[in-house]
Unconditional design. Sequence first.
Lengths: 541, 377
Amino acid sequence: MKVELYNYIRNAQKLNRRQVLKGMTAAGAAAMMPKLALGDAHSNVRADILKIPGVGAGSPTDSDWQKVGEMCLGATKENVSAGEFDGVELTFMGLNNQNLHNFLFRGFLKPWEAYTGAKINWIDLAQADYNARLQQSIATGTVDFDIIEMGAPFEGDVLGKGMASEMPDWVKEQIDMDDYVDYLKAPVGTWDGKTYRVSIDGDCHTFAYRTDYFGEGSVTGKEVPTTWQEINQISKDLVGKEDPLTGLPAHGYLDPLKGWGGFGFYFLENRASAYAKHPDSPAWLFEPDTMKPMVNNPAWVQAIQDVMDLIEADAYPADQINADPGTTAFSQFLAGSGSMLNWWGDVGSSARTSDTSVVGDVVGFGINPASDRVYNAQSGEWEETRNEAPNMAYIGWGVYVMATVDSDEKKKKAAWSAAAHLGGKDLSLWASAYPSGFQPYRNSHFQFEEWEEAGYDRAYIEDYLGSNADSYNHPNAAIEPRIPGIFQYYSVAEDELAKGYAGKYASAQETADAIAAAWEKITDQIGRDDQIAVYKASLGL
Amino acid sequence: MLAESATHQTMMIEGDLLHTVTADNISDKRKRFGKLLVWGTALFGLSLALWQFAFETGRVANGFDNWRPVLYAYMLWATALCAAQVIVNGEKGKRTLFVLPAALFVISLVVFPLLFALYISFTDWNLASPNGPQPNGLANVREMWNDEFYWNALKNMVFYVLAVSVEYIIAFGLALLLNSQIRARKFFRVVFLLPLMLSPVAVSWMIGKSMLEVRFGPISRLLREIGIEPSFFGSAEVARFMIMAMDAWTFIPFMMIMLLAGLQALPQEVIEASKVDGATGWQSFKEVIFPLMLPVSVTAIVIRIIFKLKLADIIINVTSGGPGGATDSVTSFIFREYRDRSNVGYGTLLAIVYLILIIIFVTVLLKVVSRWMERPA
């Protein structure tokens, strides 16, 4: 679980110490009840680890991580005998964000090291350094790590170049891959039909809105919108009205109009996916056979036009042209400017815990908005049917083993065993319930009774995590292409969009054409044939 | 004439004797060996480099996995060169050895990377491309020529550099103020220096993203109180001005402190003499102080311009070059091209072109201002 989410839930539940103790006692008592006592040892592990350190008992520490790692070793012991990896040394490259990620992995893997006899060396990277470090390692052929924590968008760069080790079947069984939410199943984590990724996280954008803006007698007088058409209309209608909470000008949907190192493009995707991601085809950014950009087709142009119309209608807060996604979420939405937003999980969690947030009591969640019509790129026609296509922005972190271990069977087994331990079914439940930097990503993580038993408020968990579960398992989820240089495409698109929004191009179409031209250039530079091949592989075609 | 030549010769010998501890009788054989050592290792290194180049370009079948052996050959040559100084020149060569390794080190770290940069600026190299750098002739130059946003960034640089003149006037004013007999002068000197001690990154967050934040920033609130709807980065002109203002706020103290030092070094007699002659404050400034301050002023302005040409951090943090490239500096543009898009070849070419432009600009600038750099007699 993301730290902010954990704090939010604690605050949302407004637990005091007495209630926490009561909850823990109840959970403890529940654990001793005959029904659970009759359950298998496996479910006991799940209930037991969720008590470490206990919801509301402060942030977990290294000793907690080690305890959890120790208690979850069962699956490892089935495949590896004690001391089997004596003398094996592995290097793990990952992040050190918020003192999570690698810090947790160290704790989780300590008991694994003690049991197997292997030793792990660590390379800790800040998020900002991660991409550059990885790209340089790839470009210069200096892969000095055996296991890597990596986001799925980089799969094109790494798996596409054959730099990772294929997952052995015993690992697939150990981590129970069938339990993954739908969008994390193949083709994500696979390349040319081979599996490489142990998922440890899930990511998607969801829709956050201000509940006090909607309903009878509210400033809009309308129900919560579910389509972009409704959102655009409400945003325009709100011009000149007053925010019910702050008394400042009211605003509708908040589009970030400034780039964010490539990540800003996800926010145009939120709009465009509903128009452009047709249920009949997985492709919505490039045509699979030619890598011809689809970003200048009528669907994407409509998304850009929507934003331009709202700029024209003066529907955004002042200086929106200089607002990146971070600004829209944390300086605007949470501070009471604007009423609707798409974002990752942590905007909801920060709503009550952030000092600058004033909207904690009036925030609601849903899946990304739909569209009244969808563009069919194959027929080149708009179809007047409602289309939902939640944006799985970034797809989440995974653990990958590098091909450098393939020549040494013992080392290879050790590396995969370590990866499987980190992505284990039980361990991941703990990681999704406590601050870890990761979100739930398995169907078993959405068994709300387990959360309730651990001391969480069921209504909140169902409301908030429900929107994530619905997005993850959506049949028409919009998944980004895992091709080399995907963030280069996003970055240049951000630049061109910024120019379009600033009026440097005559129209939305011209802006979209400029993005398409820049994308073509990148494709040619990286190698069109290579890109087509990896794109098709990433789509599972 | 003869006597003069003899004296000169004596002086040379004496001069030499002053520094030479032992007399060197270096045989021709030893000299030849020294020269052979240098040329031999140079030839070896060069052939290795050529061989490796031929291997990399597919002209020969065998070669090394990487260029490291060539680097070792270079180091061998460097060592031989140092050793040869002593072998060929004896004691005198030892003196050279005090400087030569350091000089070679600097050259290695400047010349080689520069040559490498020059090479990759004429390649098509995207880090995500599986093929690595591919020489592409003048394609990058053509792309630059047609890249409106690079020229736009260069145009912005002209505005940014011109802003130095305004900064100079303010800095001079402050320096005069801090040079005069005002109360709490030392306190103000420190206070006025504080912005310079801040990192531009901190300035961009504290001011650009906090104080100027449209909704809850204190400056925005103040403006709203007095009936103005704030917008600091909404239009091209205002955004560019705000960037200039933030950069100026950080670096005016730098010019100020240089000018203040200059003012304090001025000969007081001249100024007092002008007062005795009945000059008003303005006259004494215009006719005496300002001309005397010209060398310091020019130095301060030139250094400030050099600083300005590197402007990037505030822009990257606050506007990312927006709206629509209106605040982009060349460096912030290259940063996006290189870091966000891993477009190494093109990004390097842009940097090299900018470097050449800077060298030309600064050389011309120094030439033009050289007549004011000397204090008037």
